[in-house]
Design a protein around this ligand. Sequence first.
Ligand code: PMP
Length: 318
Amino acid sequence: ICWSTRGGWHRPRVQPYGPISLDPAAAVLHYGQEIFEGIKAYRHADGSIHTFRPEQNARRLQRSARRLALPELPVEYFLQSLRELIAVDGDWVPSGEDQSLYLRPFMFAKEAFLGVRPAEKVAYYVIASPAGAYFKGGVQPVTIWLSEDYARAGKGGTGAAKTGGNYAASLLPQAEAYENGCDQVVFLDQDRNVEELGGMNVVFVRKDGTLVTPHSPSILEGITRDSILQLAEDRGHAVERRAVSLDEWREGVASGDIVEVFACGTAAVVTPIGTLKGKGFEDAQPSGTLALELRQQLTDIQYGRAEDTHGWLVRLDG
Ligand code: PMP
């Protein structure tokens, strides 16, 4: 779909996958004016195709659009774009355990000019790619690297928006994590509180059963995290969304008050954190069963094996 200040949203169409042409002066190439989403389509045992809480992704895309001075795509257009893609490419939704079709809606400034201002011509696309199990051979605990020198977002910046620049900022720390034998980076926010991983949110489980998760103005509000926390609340767990300092984390683990630490996001669903490493320390993290139980409960809903009591699924085919 295209958008312009004069014409609004227009020209919705499905076209074969392939390169797109852009003017070398297109604003997105110079100023990074772009946003995106990540969402999956799941095939149920009866063959039907469903997605999970897509209106949440649509609203997050709208919030990202506001921050990046891009036009807000109406929720109904977002849903329609997923349905139309599935209408032609539904056969690409795999069946089987942990298999899905990953959908990537994105919007960028395509107007050609060199001054710095919001573009008046924008394009919105959805592409898709089959996704297998994130972890081969079962869910593996990840080792994470504390990034003390770099942040992915700053106060008043674009951290809460899903925009390429945040991910560009996390590439170098991610390389540092690999060099230190870690899989993922954990970022701190401007107040040196724990924020999130490069592409996942973090949740702590306390001995009394309370789930605690970082809240900050620059965090990317994960839809997986929100869902997992609702499932935990259904089971009677208390949930706290608040600032979590690095000291609270490390001391909580040392004293036994924190009994489980996990990460969650659309790609990996739920992943226990096995080790936290930083400059001069390496803390093994406690492991429990709650993360994997919640993971099972969530995927049972997504794959149609359990009742969708919250009404989270939206059928995309038929
Ligand atoms: N934080 C960041 C920085 C992310 O990129 C993602 C993935 N979208 C998440 C958290 C988790 O969000 P969700 O559960 O909606 O995939």
